[in-house]
Unconditional design. Sequence first.
Length: 440
Amino acid sequence: MSLKLFQRNGAWYVRGTVAGRKFYQSTKTTDRKIAERIKAETEAQAWQRRFDGPGAGLTMAQVFTAYLDADKPARFLLKLAEYWKDTLVEDVTSELIRQAAKKIYPNANEPTWNRQVIKPTQAAINHAAGFGWCQRISVKRYTETPEVKTPATLEWVRAFSSQAEEDGLAHLGALCLFMFGTAARVGEACNLTWRYVDLSAARVELHLFKPTPWKRIAHLPPEVVVSLANIPSNRNLDEPVFGYAGRGSVRGPWNNVCKRAKIERLTPHCCRHGFATSMLQAGIDVKTVADMGGWKDATTVLRTYAHAMKDPSVTNVLFGAKTVQETSKKRARSYQPFEKEGENRNDSAPRWEGCPAAGHTPAQKKQQVSIGPATQILAACGGTMRKQTRIARANSVQLVPLMCRDMTKENAAAAGPRNGAENACEASQLPEHYRLKAGV
């Protein structure tokens, strides 16, 4: 098919397809004869490039090789290279790529076809087009029907962790709690080494190297801090925290623990779903969930987990009543820095609710964190007294003494660190629900 001339605003343009290339460009002239000559030269150059140019005889194998040489993601390319082999790029159409997706993964669904065939194949061809070897290609994606994710709940996570500890797999139980508490992906968790873990500051630095290297800082909730400290390890800086090489080595032990615990068999990634779903149901805004969980933007969270925010009671606000989400926001707060003086108290000291000792003020809390070496762990999370005792005895970790309402700063400093449940407070001073959990 030869090019055609047409006039627009006085200037002559050419459009059409020659040698498999599409053209739509201006000749930059108002003279018809000059435009005809430009059209003929453009057609000749296109055919010469087709037979003698750098893209002459270009194969899909060469396209994938050039793509990898540019340090592009290698994921999914092996199967694509085996399928296309030495197929000429000029023979590859968008419909052939769509059909290839179903042939390579016959038992998969639309998201897999789009992610593992259409997207990488199109990216490789368009990368070659950037060198002028071939034409760019655009492939229509398969329509995806988003599935409702099955999130792990806190009850499920704790049941899994308890069973893993009983099976002598403390590192696997800690992995489950860690992914639920930080929204870490399996790859991020497996890549984590002790070099990037700071238990005293309750934070970790997570790294992901594929498809694009990146890192993020994640906060560790108290229960996760205790589970990490309870992992039997010599804490070598370059040693993997959880001891797994990758997601493949996690799958078998993970499924076995689910079976022994007699709980639904969820995948490790369901812990990440559980993080987002639980946070949204607790009334945390989408932007905060995205930032804390390592999603690229809030739109991704909203599109994937919008079902978690559905609340049929929102129309209650029309009559001044509270919605379910508004009620949930109160439960989402892990602590209240200050209360009204004298409220449910025998004294007027502000109460720090995140601590089982009822009389801790924010100033005292700050002083506790500063006591002792960086490896000390704050014994302030309820329901984990027995775990802390086991940590202190097994790992020789000294716990920071918490200050009760009748203990001054000077007395606390003089008391020095103590191990186990004694370190927190006397049993009589703990709230009842903490005494029951701790067994004191």
